[in-house]
Design a protein around this ligand. Structure first.
Ligand code: K2U
Ligand code: NI
Length: 183
């Protein structure tokens, strides 16, 4: 099982690399990697497992964070606050369209690959449409809004070598943009 020692930290070059497309059909190795990433998220949200193995809670994980520079992400979000849940293992995700309207978490964002707290608002698109391939090789199209949209954008950033703090306005880190929605 994956633990925090498998998660690379800020400064590691893989976090700044553009991850490679995943070859389809998925290899056994890539399938197992996705399953291990999902298992980590589930364990990290289980109080006993998290304390037993010292796991930081996570709702999303991208393969570059475990030093695999491939376009693979997992999201495990039991409840997005609107009664919806997301249990996703995606390869080659692509944002096909998005709203102009922005959204942000009022407490800012964190990252399993960043140990310190970096205050500041991260403005993202409030609505996105994502195309990807799932673990069974099926084409999926996801229309997301609010918190799940924020999570997917955080993870897709990782496969593009972008860290959440790249989006923070250093001159005015706590100033919400006009018309941005608090998530
Ligand atoms: O990619 C990661 O490092 C996982 C992040 C994803 C994330 C961070 C901020 C906002 C949206 C997604 C972890 O999930 S950060 C820890 C966390 C745990 C529960 C809820 C929110 C953030
Ligand atoms: Ni992250």
């Amino acid at each position: 099982m994956l633990t925090m020692k498998d998660i690379i930290r800020d400064g590691h070059p893989t976090l700044r690399a553009k991850a490679k497309d995943v070859t389809l059909p998925l290899s056994e190795e890539d399938r197992n990697t996705l399953l291990a990433m999902r298992e980590f998220l589930i364990n990290s949200q289980d109080e006993d497992m998290a304390s037993k193995y010292g796991l930081r809670s996570g709702v999303g994980l991208a393969a570059p964070q475990i030093n695999i520079s491939k376009k693979m992400i997992a999201v495990y979000l039991p409840d997005d606050g609107n009664g919806k849940s997301y249990d996703l293992m995606l390869v080659n995700p692509k944002i096909m369209s998005h709203s102009i309207q922005e959204a942000y978490l009022p407490t800012g964002e964190g990252c399993l690959s960043v140990d310190e707290n970096i205050p500041g608002l991260v403005h993202r698109k409030n609505r996105i449409t994502v195309k990807a391939t799932d673990i069974d090789g099926k084409e999926v199209k996801l229309r997301l809004k609010g918190y799940p949209a924020v999570v997917l954008q955080h993870e897709i950033d990782h496969i593009n070598g972008i860290m959440f703090y790249d989006h923070i306005d250093s001159n005015n880190p706590l100033q919400p943009h006009d018309d941005a929605v608090e998530v």
